[in-house]
Design a protein around this ligand. Structure first.
Ligand code: CO
Length: 171
């Protein structure tokens, strides 16, 4: 069973490595990540969050916050090729930073190129909540967390909470 990594674990700050082998091992990783996302009641999960140095993410294709029948998608080696000028603000959270939420401004629409679990090249356009989830997860693959977007003042206030979260990695 994949174990969640929390804020403070160095793997969350590294650029994850490109996937080259589209094999059974990758399919197993994808299945286990989908399982972990469901178990943790997340709407997205990136491989570094479960200790894996791979450019893999899973996400729910949500049309809006709280969308109950969103389909899961497995995304390998994503690259965001277009970002809309229009942005919107939403209070994000992260399985690796439990108990903390914060307003993040992101482009409303993106176009993303990626490979599926079989290695086939795909392109998708995402709007709204789905676009937000994908951007949050692609950030994880680049070592970036949503709290990085908060103001210096907000980050200062969060420091004690973040220190506590970091200790979860030792449990
Ligand atoms: Co996250």
């Amino acid at each position: 069973m994949l174990k969640l990594r929390y804020y403070g674990d160095p793997i969350l700050r590294r650029r994850a490595t490109e996937v080259r082998a589209f094999d059974d091992a990758l399919r197993t990783v994808a299945d286990e990540m989908l399982e972990a996302m469901t178990r943790e009641e997340g709407v997205g999960l990136a491989a570094p969050q479960v200790g894996l140095d791979m450019r893999v993410l899973v996400a729910l294709a949500m049309r809006e916050p709280g969308d109950e029948d969103a389909e899961p998608i497995v995304v390998i080696n994503p690259e965001i090729t277009e970002r809309s000028h229009e942005t919107w603000v939403y209070e994000e959270g992260c399985l690796s930073i439990p108990g903390i939420r914060g307003d993040v401004t992101r482009p409303e629409r993106i176009v993303m190129r990626y490979r599926d679990v079989n290695g086939d090249e795909k392109t998708l356009e995402a709007i709204g909540m789905f676009a937000r989830i994908l951007q949050h997860e692609v950030d994880h693959l680049d070592g970036k967390l949503f709290i990085d977007y908060l103001s210096t003042a907000e980050k200062m206030l969060l420091k004690p909470k973040l220190r506590k979260i970091a200790r979860l990695n030792d449990e």
